[in-house]
Unconditional design. Structure first.
Length: 202
C-alpha cells in the first residue's frame, strides 16, 4: 500500500506510481472535489484531471527530474515555495498541489516561483483562467489546459481529452451532481380560499 496523507495516497520518488486502482480512484475524487470547491465546473475539473493522469498518474509524490507533483510543477521550486509560503509542511500534500493548480491561473509575476503560468496559446486555446474554470466542454478543457499550462514537447491533447472524458464517466457514477429540485408550483389563490372555507370535519 502507498503512503497516505491528508486525503491522498502518494509514493515519493523518480517516476513513482501509486500501488493500485483503488488508490488512484481515491485521489481522482479528492482532486475533483477540491477543484469544484475552487469554482471549477465539472467539465473544467475533468479537463485538468485528464492532464494529471498523463503527467503523474495521480501520484502527488512523483518526480521527473525537476518536475514534481500532480501536474509536474516545473521547476519544483514553484511547488516547494508555494507550500512554504502557505503553511504546508509537505510538498507531496495533494491539497496543497490542488490549491496551487488553482492559484497558478492568477499568477502575474514575470519571474520567480510565482511567475505567470497560464499562457495564452493560439486560438481557440487562448481563454483566460476564469473562462477556463467555467467551461462546459470536457474535451476542449483538457486540450486548453494542456496548451496553456502544461505545454509538453509533443502534442498529446487527444489522449488527454480521452482520459478526461473517461474520468468524467467515473465521476458521474461515484460523485453525481446533486439533483435539481423541482420548480415549486405556484399556489392558486382561489383554491386556497376554497380550502379555508371548508369545515374542519370534512
Amino acid at each position: 500500500m502507498s503512503n497516505y496523507w491528508n486525503g491522498f495516497y502518494y509514493n515519493i520518488g523518480e517516476g513513482a506510481h501509486l500501488d493500485n486502482q483503488s488508490e488512484i480512484e481515491n485521489n481522482v475524487l479528492s482532486i475533483y472535489r477540491l477543484l469544484r470547491s475552487y469554482g471549477f465546473t465539472k467539465q473544467a475539473a475533468c479537463g485538468v484531471i485528464g492532464n494529471i493522469d498523463r503527467e503523474s498518474s495521480f501520484n502527488p509524490g512523483q518526480k521527473t527530474g525537476d518536475a514534481w507533483g500532480l501536474t509536474q510543477f516545473y521547476p519544483s521550486s514553484r511547488l516547494t515555495a508555494y507550500c512554504q509560503a502557505h503553511g504546508y509542511p509537505n510538498w507531496w500534500d495533494g491539497n496543497a498541489q490542488c490549491e496551487l493548480i488553482n492559484a497558478e491561473g492568477y499568477f502575474t509575476d514575470t519571474s520567480g516561483p510565482f511567475e505567470r503560468q497560464w499562457l495564452n496559446s493560439n486560438p481557440p486555446y487562448n481563454i483566460n483562467w476564469e473562462t477556463f474554470k467555467s467551461l462546459t466542454d470536457t474535451e476542449f478543457a483538457a486540450k486548453d489546459y494542456m496548451w496553456q499550462n502544461e505545454r509538453p514537447g509533443t502534442d498529446t491533447s487527444e489522449e488527454r481529452a480521452r482520459r478526461a472524458v473517461e474520468w468524467e464517466a467515473f465521476i458521474d457514477e461515484h460523485e453525481p451532481d446533486p439533483p435539481v429540485p423541482p420548480t415549486p408550483t405556484p399556489n392558486n389563490p382561489l383554491k386556497l380560499i376554497f380550502q379555508l372555507m371548508l369545515p374542519d370535519w370534512l
